[in-house]
Design a protein around this ligand. Structure first.
Ligand SMILES: [Zn+2]
Length: 381
């Protein structure tokens, strides 16, 4: 491809992003710096003797067996034409992440010590006192506004009390010591994820990508979205009594003029159960909670239910519309990216989330003359 063709394509991409939409600002410098830091630390870690020798042994075994898994791995990363030492280095890093970090603790004490040191270093660079203080203040503001929004919703007293109690109890979860943290069971959730609600602990996990958001308005909206997950259509069944009181909002979010939130595709449910890949307990639980998506169902490529994510965006919108003195056109600029979603994603596409949920709110819509769909319906309670 010639340079001029590349320029034309690049300008078309930029034009498409800017035209009728918004633009995500470049990632914050602190975030880029931390990403580099994490990459280089994992590179060093993956070169440690006990890890590198395990990785190399597995690589030569897979290569000599011409394993389709390893050939696919090489192809996916465009490594086929690369020098052997580059392939080995990439493989060691992959192996370190997925077979060493992910299986902590190992039988090898020095490897465990190296993992603990790696997480301590990354966490020291990530959760600085200044960043924690900033997040805590934005989170508290989001939570206080979310509680005031809930107070105004036409809910029955008992429901309101239960929701307010659960939302009011949500705390941010920061890793202190890796060894005793919840991330030791899923270390990659710390390294690869950002701000994510954990329903069992009723906490919002703070992973390394929490540094990636572009401005305060976006942080406030992201925290409000996570608080919405505390009582979304899926979690309601597990943590509350009676029918989900936001059914009407949910039906509206399913509509094409709103988010068009897709339903879970249950066509594989019985097949997988018959094949013994899904326990009957789990199948019953899934049928009782038709908007829940679990790790085992729906499988990748099969449509997940989009209502919990759409509802969390809706609650975030309600919360943001109640805040004064902010430049709300700045909020959720992280969603301006025209990202291709994996098939069956539990999220509606970014454009719909912004256009048909956030900026469909009558208070937030003015000023958004750039919106593609002029007829987005806002789902009132
Ligand atoms: Zn979410």
């Amino acid at each position: 491809m010639t340079a001029s063709v590349i320029v034309v394509i690049a300008s078309l991409l930029v034009a498409d992003r800017a035209c009728g939409f918004c633009e995500t600002p470049p990632p914050p410098k602190d975030h880029l710096k931390l990403q580099e830091n994490v990459t280089s630390r994992i590179r060093t870690f993956s070169g440690l003797k006990p890890i590198a020798s395990q990785a190399d042994a597995m690589l030569s075994k897979l290569l000599s067996a011409k394993s389709p898994v390893i050939l696919g791995w090489i192809e996916k990363r465009d490594l086929a034409t690369k020098a052997d030492d580059e392939i080995v280095r990439e493989w060691r890093e992959y192996y370190a992440r997925n077979f060493i970090l992910n299986r902590y603790p190992q039988a090898d004490a020095p490897v465990n010590a190296a993992i603990e040191a790696l997480f301590k270093d990354v966490n020291d660079a990530f959760a600085t006192p200044a960043f924690r203080a900033k997040m805590s203040s934005l989170f508290e503001k989001s939570k206080a506004t979310a509680l005031s929004v809930l107070a105004k919703q036409p809910l029955q007293d008992a429901e309101k009390k239960a929701i307010v109690a659960r939302v009011g109890a949500v705390q941010l979860y920061w890793m202190k010591d890796f060894k005793s943290s919840k991330f030791k069971a899923q270390p990659l959730e710390f390294l690869d994820w950002g701000i994510a609600y954990d329903p069992v602990a009723n906490e919002i996990n703070m992973g390394v990508n929490a540094l990636s958001y572009p401005n305060d308005e976006t942080y406030l909206a992201v925290f409000a979205h996570e608080l919405g997950h505390a009582f979304d259509s899926c979690r309601w069944g597990a943590f509350f009594e009676g029918a989900w009181p936001f059914q009407k909002v949910g039906e509206c979010l399913r509509g094409q003029d709103s988010a068009g939130a897709l339903k879970r595709d249950d066509s594989q449910l019985e097949v997988l159960q018959k094949q013994g890949k899904l326990s009957s307990d789990l199948a019953v639980g899934l049928k009782q909670n038709p908007t829940c998506n679990k790790a085992v169902y729906p499988p990748i490529g099969t449509q997940a239910d989009q209502l919990p994510e759409s509802f969390a965006d809706w609650f975030s919108t309600e919360t943001m519309a109640s805040m004064e003195g902010l430049n709300l056109l700045q909020m959720r600029l992280d969603l301006c990216v025209l990202r291709e979603l994996v098939a069956g994603s539990s999220y509606p596409e970014n454009r719909k989330r912004l256009d048909q949920i956030y900026f469909a709110h009558p208070k937030l819509r003015p000023g958004r003359s750039d919106l593609k769909s002029k007829s987005a319906v806002y789902c009132g309670f």
